[in-house]
Design a protein around this ligand. Structure first.
Ligand code: FEO
Length: 407
């Protein structure tokens, strides 16, 4: 039985939000652990000419079509705006066009190529929008902005002048299944803010320069929507809501927030884990705040949470066991995510543990991290059980980091 459910909610400005809850996906993008779940939002607005639909729900379109039919018939729809062609937002497009061939489809030029290749769709009535295009769409005064790579190259956002509403696709989205469809201000509770940040780092983190371009473009546009409506998570309302959200994205894209340091370790037989315990002891003595993420034979943390926690960490300590004369594969995987998803302004201390053969786990990690542009503070190789000399070396490396910070 599918664990996907739906709701429809009437929001201000006569906008209806269709939320499809996905409690089934364990790994978003077949990659990110999301025990908190995710939802896919579409929006329906009516004018005197008929319905305008913004995005069409996830690939399994059954829940979306059921939700839509509870409030409107496909024959009521005059236009569909596809903000983003990824199949978590374009799922029911074909079914809708099969039901009503008169629907005008509005999107980025690339989206129409993707419609053809994903769903063999070639809409009878289509409108390719340029950046900044303004028009009357089924009686609604709208403006479109192209914001490439947030999160795909064909991303657009749609501003309804008539309703002072900005539909933003993935942008400002979050994981989780929030109870409230609309958040009244940016006084976000910490759990929701974490869901937004985790989503940002996981899904959009690789495109930080594009995020900054998008922030500039939307600021320069002087839009001042009263309601902002993403395709994942809650919608937002407030007098300065867009600027508040843009400031948040700007700070995340530039990594200007400073949070707890992160310790991440792989441990097969407990030696690296023992190093992590000693490290915690040293951190606490030095008054350094930290979060710790373990990858051991007994269990492992979510990579989605680990990489999101690293977003604000000034200092990261990676402790890797040696595996087949190299770094442990899970540590290699974590570092490959760090390369793609994080700012490079991190200080990283590398610790390798080994039984024989020397410090290959550490040296290999140092090489990869340095090549990626991170600041490597140093590396320490621990032969099985940590010694007092190893502890001294770790302490010295951390003190070096503290002094650098103070200077
Ligand atoms: Fe939620 Fe990039 O799709």
């Amino acid at each position: 039985m599918s664990r996907v459910e739906w709701t429809v909610s009437r929001l201000p400005k006569d906008i209806t939000m269709i939320r499809i809850y996905d409690k089934e996906t364990q790994y978003f993008e077949a990659l990110w652990e999301i025990p908190e779940g995710i939802e896919y939002n579409s929006y329906l607005m009516f004018t005197e000419e008929g319905g305008i639909l913004i995005d069409t729900g996830p690939k399994d379109s059954s829940a979306f079509m059921e939700a839509l039919r509870s409030i409107a018939s496909p024959s009521d729809i005059k236009a569909i705006v596809v903000n983003h062609m990824e199949p978590d937002h374009s799922g029911a497009l074909r079914e809708l066009l099969d039901s009503n061939k008169e629907i005008k489809v509005v999107s980025h030029p690339l989206s129409f190529k993707l419609m053809e290749s994903f769903y063999s769709i070639s809409p009878r009535f289509k409108l390719e929008v340029k950046d900044g295009a303004e028009m009357q769409l089924a009686g609604e005064s709208v403006k479109f902005f192209q914001l490439p790579w947030l999160h795909w190259p064909e991303t657009i956002v749609t501003y309804s002048k008539s309703r002072s509403a900005l539909f933003t696709g993935d942008i400002f989205g979050a994981y989780s299944l929030p109870k409230d469809p609309l958040i009244g201000s940016m006084q976000l509770d910490p759990d929701y803010l974490w869901s937004m940040k985790k989503y940002f780092v996981n899904v959009i983190g690789a495109y930080r320069s594009n995020v900054l371009n998008a922030v500039k473009k939307l600021r320069d546009s002087n839009l001042s929507p009263e309601i902002v409506l993403p395709a994942h998570g809650s919608a937002f309302s407030g007098n300065r809501i867009l600027e508040e959200l843009l400031s948040l994205y700007e700070s995340w894209a530039t990594c200007s927030e400073r949070g707890k340091n992160v310790i991440a370790f792989t441990s097969m037989y407990g030696f690296s884990e023992e190093v992590s315990r000693e490290l915690i002891h040293i951190f606490e003595e030095m008054g350094l705040e930290y979060r710790i993420f373990s990858f051991t034979s007994k269990g492992r943390e979510a990579f989605s949470d680990t990489i999101a926690a690293m977003q604000d960490a000034p200092l990261i300590v990676l402790i890797s066991s040696t595996y087949e004369n190299s770094t442990h594969p899970l540590m290699n995987y974590l570092v490959s995510l760090m390369e793609k998803k994080l700012c490079k302004d991190k200080n990283i201390l590398v610790i390798g543990t080994y039984g024989w053969g020397g410090g290959v786990a550490a040296s290999s990690l140092v090489e990869t991290l340095t090549k990626a542009g991170f600041r490597v503070l140093g590396s320490i190789s621990v032969r099985s059980t940590i010694t007092s000399n190893d502890k001294l070396l770790i302490r010295e490396a951390l003190e070096k980091q503290l002094h650098q910070k103070a200077a």
